[in-house]
Design a protein around this ligand. Structure first.
Ligand SMILES: C[S@@+](CC[C@H](N)C(=O)[O-])C[C@H]1O[C@@H](n2cnc3c(N)ncnc32)[C@H](O)[C@@H]1O
Length: 798
C-alpha cells in the first residue's frame, strides 16, 4: 500500500495466547467447528432455494446433506441474501479503482467462487484460522470445478499465512487477532485508495472483544473501506427467553459469543463503529431486513418453497440478529438507501440516531400508571408442560378448557380442564374427539359450551372441522366454508342467539383471508360482508367483542408477507350479514406505538376495557418486565396505557414467554396457559411448568411504585434508548396554559401530577424584546446548538 497504515495498536494480542484467556467457554477448535454447522445449514438453503444448480458450490464442502427445518432455512436464506445483496452492489458499482473483497472468518463459505468468473478484476481474500483454511484449500484443490476458476494458483498448506495464492484469490490462514500479520498481507495487495469490502458473517463475535474492536478500528483506516457485519444482539436483555436459549447454546458448545455483552444492541454496535472511525453506519435487525430489504417477489418465492408457519419464532430470531453496514468515508449508495428508505417493521439505527440525546432519562415519565402482579406457578400436571399453540376458553365459573397445541415432538389431541378453585389441571379422555391440531380457536358459547374452530395439522392442511364441547363430550358441528388457522374468533349475541364471529386466518396454498364468517348452532356458517373496505387480510390478529358497546376490536396480526400490522379497528354489525369497521386512531405516544403485534391475546376485563398481552411486536423485542408487554385498552375513550407487570414469588428470573400461549379470564384473573418459542437452531424455550400465570386485579401504580424500580433496573443491560427509538420517540403533547393566580387549585394539582404548565402573560424582562434571531446569532455564533435539560424528576424539557 502506498500510504502507510497506522501501525496496529499496542494492545494487539499476537503475542498473547487469548484462546483460553478470555472465557472458560471459548475453545478455538470449537469456534472453528461453528463453521461445520453453519455450512450444513447454508447447503440446505442452496439445495432448496437456489434454482440454478451451477450455483450449488456448497455441495463440494458438505458431503453429507442434511435438510434443515423451514425456520432455519428461512433464517439462513435471509442471512445469505443480505450478504449477496451487499457483495453484488459492491462488485457492480461503477468505479475504476481496484476492489478487494475480504471475508473475515469465512469458514467454508465459497462466496468468491460465485463471482470469480463474472468479475475478473476483483481481488478476493478469504481469512480464517489456519486449520480451517487448510481444510478448505484441500477441497478447492481437489475440486476441478473450483480450482479451474483460480488464475495460476499456488497451494502452500504448510505456510503460516497465505495457503492459496493466485492472481484473483487468496486464502489466508491466520488468527484474526494477529493484526500485525494481517496488516502485512493486505498492505502487499492494496493501494491507498482501493475499495475494500470487509465481511464478517457471524465470525468476529467469537473473538475477544478488544481484538475485534482493534480489527474494526484498523479496517476503518483504509480510506475506501466498507464493513458488513452480521451477528447476534440482545434487544431485550439476556433474560429474554430467546436470548437465554441462545447464550446457553453457545456456552454449551464452548464458543461463547464474546462481543455481545459489550455490544448488546443496535445502538451499541453503531456507536462502536462510530467510535472506531467509521464515518457513516447503519444497522437493522433481521426482522427489519426481512420487511424492508427483501422484495415482495422474493418473499413470495421463499414462501413457495416449503410450508412454513413458524412466524413468532422467525420474528424473535430476526430481532436477535442484525446487519450492519459502515463506510470509512462518505455514505455510499447502499447506505443512502438504507438511511432514507421508509422503514416499516423492525428496528433500524443510524449514525444520525446516536447523535440524538439520551432518552434514558425519559423512562420514569413514561411508565404506566397501572400495575399487575404476575404469579408463576410450577408443575401443574405432568404432560401439560411444554405446550404451545393450543387454545383455551372459559367453560363455566372458575373452570376453563385447554385443547390441542404441540409439545416438542407432536401435535396433541388432548383435552385438559383447569379448575381455578383447586388450581388443578386434569386430563379428560373423550371419544370422539377432534384430530390433533394447533392454531385453532376455542370460544365460549352459551352457559357451558365451547366452540372449536379450524386450526391446522401441518401448515399445508388447514382444517375446516368445528366441534362443540359441553364439559363432557365433543360433538362435531358444521364445517367452516374453508379450512382456516391463525384466525381470530369472538363470541357475539345476535337476536339472543350465541354466535361466533371469525376473521382472517390462513388457508391452504398460502391463502390469507380478509373475510368474516359467522357461526350459530341453528344456522351453521354464513359469510358476513364488509361494508366499505375490508380490513387488510391478516393472520394471528386479536379480536374481542364488547356487548355493552355493541362493538368489537380487531387489532394487529401478520400480513401475507409477514409484516406486523399496527392498526386498531372498531367493528360493529351493520344489520344482519354485514359488518362495518372504523379505524381507531389512538393518540400518538408510547402506548400506541406498542400496539402493532401479532399472536397477542386481547381479553375484555370489563364492559369497555381489555388487556392486550404478549405476542411479537413489530417495532421491537420488549424485555418481559418492560411496561408495555401488557397494554390496558379503554375502548370507550380510546385510551391505551402500558401496564407494569411485576413477577411475584421467588422465580425472579423465570419470565415466561408470552408467545404461543392462550389466556382465560376467570374471577378477575388472567390465566396464561402454555407458551414457548423455538430459538432458531439453538434450542427451544417453554413456559416450563406450563402452569398458570396469573395477573391480579389492576392496582394503581402508586401503591407499589417502589417495587417497580428494581424490576426496571434489572433490564439495564438493554438499551432503553434503543427501545424508544424503535417504538418512536416521545410525541409532543399539549401543555396546559394558565394565567397565574387564577387557577391555584389546578396549579397545585398539576404540581402533584408533575406535568409541565405554560403561564401566559408573565414578564420575562428585556429578553423577550432583545433576543431576536439576529441578536442570538451575533451573541452565540451561527452554528451553536443549545440544549437545556431540567433535572427535576419526571419533568424533562428538550
Ligand atoms: C459461525 S462460522 C461462520 C463462517 C462463515 N462466515 C459463514 O457464515 O458461513 C465462524 C467462523 O469464524 C472463524 N473465526 C472466529 N474467530 C476467528 C479468528 N480469531 N480468526 C480467524 N477466524 C476466526 C471460525 O473459525 C469460523 O470459521
Amino acid at each position: 500500500m502506498a500510504e502507510a497504515i497506522e501501525a496496529p495498536y499496542s494492545g494487539l494480542s499476537s503475542q498473547r495466547n487469548h484462546l483460553y484467556a478470555t472465557s472458560s467457554v471459548v475453545v478455538p477448535n470449537a469456534v472453528v467447528a461453528t463453521n461445520d454447522s453453519s455450512i450444513v445449514s447454508k447447503r440446505s438453503v442452496e439445495k432448496f432455494y437456489v434454482s440454478d444448480r451451477a450455483d450449488h458450490l456448497l455441495r463440494h464442502f458438505v458431503p453429507k446433506f442434511q435438510r434443515r427445518s423451514p425456520l432455519i432455512n428461512r433464517g439462513y436464506w435471509l442471512r445469505m441474501e443480505l450478504v449477496k445483496q451487499t457483495v453484488e452492489e459492491f462488485l457492480s458499482s461503477n468505479t475504476d479503482v481496484p476492489k478487494h473483497l475480504i471475508n473475515l472468518g469465512c469458514g467454508f463459505d465459497p462466496l468468491p467462487f460465485h463471482y470469480l468468473r463474472r468479475y475478473p478484476g476483483i481481488d478476493f481474500i478469504d481469512v480464517d484460522y489456519p486449520q480451517s483454511i487448510r481444510r478448505k484449500a484441500e477441497i478447492i484443490r481437489n475440486t476441478p470445478e473450483l480450482n479451474e476458476l483460480l488464475v495460476d494458483p499456488s497451494y502452500s498448506p504448510d505456510s503460516d499465512a497465505v495457503i492459496i495464492s493466485s492472481a484473483n484469490y487468496t486464502a489466508v490462514g491466520i488468527d484474526l487477532s494477529d493484526l500485525r500479520k494481517f496488516d502485512g498481507i493486505l498492505q502487499a495487495r492494496c493501494q491507498a485508495n482501493d475499495e475494500l469490502l470487509f465481511i464478517s458473517e457471524v465470525a468476529i463475535t467469537y473473538m475477544p472483544v478488544e481484538d475485534a474492536d482493534s480489527l474494526i478500528k484498523w479496517a476503518a483506516q483504509f480510506p475506501g473501506a466498507k464493513f458488513a457485519l452480521i451477528e447476534q444482539i440482545l434487544p431485550a436483555g439476556e433474560k429474554h427467553p430467546f436470548a437465554k436459549t441462545m447464550l446457553s447454546h453457545f456456552r454449551k458448545i464452548k464458543s461463547a459469543l464474546q462481543n455481545i455483552g459489550k455490544y448488546p444492541s443496535l445502538t451499541a454496535q453503531v456507536q462502536r463503529f462510530d467510535a472506531y472511525g467509521w464515518s457513516s453506519v447503519v444497522a437493522c435487525d433481521f426482522y427489519g431486513a426481512w420487511c424492508n430489504m427483501i422484495s415482495s417477489e422474493q418473499k413470495s418465492f421463499v414462501e413457495s418453497i416449503e410450508p412454513f408457519d413458524e412466524w413468532e419464532d422467525f420474528v424473535s430470531f430476526g430481532q436477535h440478529y442484525f446487519f450492519l453496514y459502515a463506510s470509512s468515508r462518505m455514505p455510499d449508495a447502499k447506505q443512502m438507501s438504507l438511511f432514507t428508505r421508509e422503514w416499516t417493521c423492525g428496528s433500524r439505527v443510524t449514525t444520525e440516531d446516536i447523535a440524538k440525546p439520551d432518552l434514558k432519562n425519559l423512562q420514569s415519565s413514561r411508565i404506566s400508571t397501572l400495575t399487575a402482579g404476575l404469579e408463576y406457578r410450577k408443575h401443574w400436571q405432568p404432560g401439560f408442560d411444554r405446550r404451545k399453540l393450543g387454545a383455551a376458553a372459559k367453560l363455566c365459573d372458575g373452570v376453563a378448557i385447554y385443547y390441542g397445541g404441540m409439545d416438542a415432538k407432536a401435535r396433541s389431541a388432548v383435552t385438559y380442564i383447569f379448575d381455578e378453585a383447586k388450581m388443578k389441571v386434569s386430563r379428560v379422555d373423550t371419544s370422539p374427539q377432534p384430530a390433533p391440531r394447533v392454531c385453532h380457536t376455542l370460544t365460549k358459547v352459551g352457559s357451558r359450551k365451547v366452540l372449536l374452530v379450524g386450526g391446522r395439522g401441518n401448515p399445508k392442511s388447514a382444517l375446516a372441522d368445528c366441534w362443540l364441547f359441553d364439559g363432557v363430550v365433543w360433538t362435531r358441528v358444521q364445517d367452516l366454508p374453508n379450512g382456516r388457522y391463525r384466525h381470530s374468533a369472538t363470541h357475539i349475541f345476535i337476536e339472543s342467539e350465541d354466535c361466533v364471529l371469525v376473521f382472517g386466518g390462513r388457508g391452504n396454498g398460502n391463502e390469507v383471508y380478509d373475510t368474516w364468517v359467522l357461526w350459530s348452532e341453528s344456522n351453521g356458517w354464513s359469510e358476513v360482508k364488509s361494508v366499505g373496505r375490508s380490513p387488510i387480510s391478516r393472520f394471528s390478529a386479536s379480536l374481542s367483542w364488547f356487548p355493552s358497546m355493541a362493538a368489537g376490536v380487531l387489532t394487529g396480526g401478520f400480513s401475507r408477507e409477514g409484516h406486523i400490522i399496527s392498526d386498531v379497528l372498531l367493528v360493529s354489525l351493520n344489520g344482519p350479514g354485514s359488518i362495518k369497521q372504523q379505524r381507531w386512531r389512538p393518540p400518538p405516544g408510547f402506548g400506541s406505538n406498542l400496539l402493532g403485534r401479532a399472536g397477542a391475546q386481547l381479553h375484555p376485563i370489563g364492559d369497555t376495557e381489555a388487556l392486550l398481552l404478549g405476542g411479537v411486536l413489530g417495532s421491537h423485542c420488549l424485555p418481559a418486565d418492560f411496561p408495555g408487554n401488557v397494554l390496558h385498552l379503554n375502548i370507550s375513550n380510546q385510551e391505551i396505557e402500558p401496564l407494569c407487570t411485576i413477577l411475584s414469588g421467588k422465580e425472579q428470573d423465570m419470565w415466561p414467554v408470552l408467545m404461543g400461549c392462550d389466556c382465560v379470564w376467570l374471577n378477575n384473573r388472567l390465566h396464561i396457559l402454555g407458551g414457548g418459542i423455538t430459538a432458531f437452531s439453538m434450542g427451544s424455550f417453554w413456559n416450563l411448568c406450563t402452569g398458570i400465570l396469573e395477573i391480579d386485579q389492576l392496582r394503581p401504580a402508586e401503591i407499589i411504585s417502589r417495587r417497580i424500580k428494581p424490576q426496571l433496573a434489572s433490564s439495564e443491560n438493554i438499551s432503553l434508548p434503543d427501545v424508544y427509538s424503535a417504538i418512536g420517540t416521545p410525541k409532543p403533547s399539549l401543555v396546559e396554559r394558565y394565567i397565574l393566580a387564577q387557577n391555584t387549585t389546578e396549579i397545585q394539582s398539576a404540581i402533584r401530577r408533575r406535568v409541565p404548565l405554560l403561564f401566559d402573560n408573565l414578564s420575562f424582562g428585556e429578553c423577550t424584546k432583545v433576543w431576536s434571531p439576529e441578536y442570538l446569532k451575533a451573541a452565540f455564533g451561527e452554528s451553536r446548538e443549545v440544549w437545556y435539560t431540567m433535572h427535576i424528576p419526571r419533568i424533562h424539557i428538550m
